[in-house]
Ligand binder design. Structure first.
Ligand SMILES: [Zn+2]
Length: 448
């Protein structure tokens, strides 16, 4: 297989020897140090409440201070949680909870969705609006320091300020302090070459540290998931099955070790993903089409969503109208950003001058896009849904969660950690991931 290069607007050149090292299509991170600007307070010892009688079917605990491990499998669909592809997650769901789908946010791309999972707010609020964008004042988004572009507080910052030590092994924006607070106490500089084995080793080390003051109670990690193989070969390809198999072995080892250390009583292990993936038989090179119409602009984004940003001095009411008409004429949905439907949630100039969405089955591409799998489509499309599987403290075995908003993950994690939920998070915590705690509290109360 030819090594591929993949970066934001996505360039995977089939059949050439041009090699930028393969990395997740939309995921390039660099760490800038780990210590937050606000010192983390002393780590409180975990309560060691014994498991209440009659609760063996679920790993419930009356402990008020739980630990949460949140792992993202990039670009992995709920449909990938099968015995063939991810048997360890199927087993995990049996002893815990599983959602039919995790509804992502628009645009359904890696960077904005990971930051929404971590902040509980939409991209137009946290402002890391897409994998590639241009800020009218600051210029082009720089992936070397994504944390500096976030403007809503991530859960690691809330936790650190609340005295909870946190650690991240790759999560968009976790490389250092964001604008208003600390990054995780421990973090890692991103490399797409880091295997999941290394990450699992580190997570187990974090979880089993003898000194509670050194043990993070919130751990977040990014795994390759299906994304890379799925982009290159399509979501139903053998390449995806193969790619997930090696990651599944590491997930199985993580679960096995957590079980051996009896960690599920105090720890909630949550797997999520940022978006789905779909094939697109029809391709449209939007940049080329606009150029041939005499419009001078940049097109940022591929797949289901793109922003058009006019070159300096080229933006007029007439050129804007022509760009919208041109895109619509190609079968795409297009709006002046300010006039876009409210549910597009593009109320931020970082989304550009014109916003364009493709229907499922059609992909916006660039000159160098040679892919078989795409995302970025409307978040309401079932094909764009992410996965959610969880087990451990708070989760009753066999729970079916139905459809869940990705914006509910952040408040749920805070609730599990016993931290207050800030007002900007509008979604309620997911009851199905907390019901075990209520049952434990009731059982504990009855026993007294
Ligand atoms: Zn992704």
């Amino acid at each position: 297989m030819t090594p591929r290069s993949e970066i934001d607007e996505t360039t995977a050149r089939r059949g050439t020897s041009a090699v930028l090292r393969a990395m997740c299509i939309c995921f390039v991170l660099a760490a800038t140090g780990c210590a937050g600007t606000l010192a983390s307070k002393a780590f409180a010892t975990e309560a060691e409440a014994s498991q209440p009688a009659g609760s063996t079917a679920s790993e419930v605990s009356a402990s008020k201070q739980g630990t949460v491990v949140l792992i993202s499998l990039d670009g992995t669909r709920p449909a990938d949680v099968t015995k063939e592809r991810l048997p360890s997650l199927v087993a995990l769901a049996k002893r815990g909870a599983r959602a039919e789908g995790l509804i992502p946010v628009n645009p359904t791309n890696t960077f904005p969705n990971h930051v929404s999972l971590a902040t509980g707010v939409r991209p137009e609020i946290h402002r890391l609006v897409n994998n590639a964008f241009i800020d009218p004042a600051r210029g082009r988004f720089n992936r070397d320091a994504p944390h500096t572009w976030i403007e809503s507080e991530p859960i690691w910052s809330i936790a650190e300020r609340g005295g909870v030590k946190t650690a991240a092994y790759y999560w968009v924006g976790s490389e250092g302090p964001w604008q208003g607070g600390p990054g995780p106490s421990e973090t890692r500089k991103f490399s797409s070459r880091t295997p999941e084995k290394t990450k699992v080793n580190r997570i187990l080390d974090w979880l089993t540290r003898a000194d509670p003051a050194q043990r993070p109670r919130l751990i977040m990690a990014w795994f390759h998931g299906a994304d890379h193989a799925s982009h290159l070969s399509g979501p139903d390809s053998v390449a995806v099955t193969r790619s997930l198999a090696s990651q599944d072995r590491e997930i199985a080892r993580l679960v096995r070790e957590m079980q051996a250390h009896e960690l599920f009583e105090t720890t909630t292990l949550i797997f999520v993903s940022d978006h789905g993936m779909v094939e697109a038989p029809r391709r449209i090179n939007l940049a080329k089409e606009l150029r041939s119409a005499g419009l001078r602009s940049s097109v940022l984004g591929i797949g289901g969503f793109a922003s058009v940003v006019f070159d300096k001095g080229k933006k007029t009411p007439a050129t804007l109208a022509r760009a919208v008409a041109k895109a619509r004429g190609l079968g795409l949905e297009a709006w002046l950003r300010e006039e876009a439907p409210v549910d597009w949630h593009v109320d931020d100039p970082r989304f550009g001058d014109v916003v364009v969405r493709a229907p499922i089955g059609v992909a916006i591409i660039s000159r160098t896009t040679f892919l078989d799998g795409f995302h970025g489509y409307a978040a309401r499309e079932p094909a764009m849904a992410g996965l959610l599987v969880a087990r451990g403290r708070g989760v009753i075995a066999g729970t079916q969660l139905g459809w869940v908003s990705g914006l509910a993950i952040a408040p749920t994690v805070l609730d599990l950690l016993g931290l207050p939920i800030p007002t900007q998070m509008k979604e309620e915590p997911i009851p199905g991931l907390l019901s075990g705690l209520e049952r434990a509290a009731v059982a504990g109360g009855a026993a007294q």
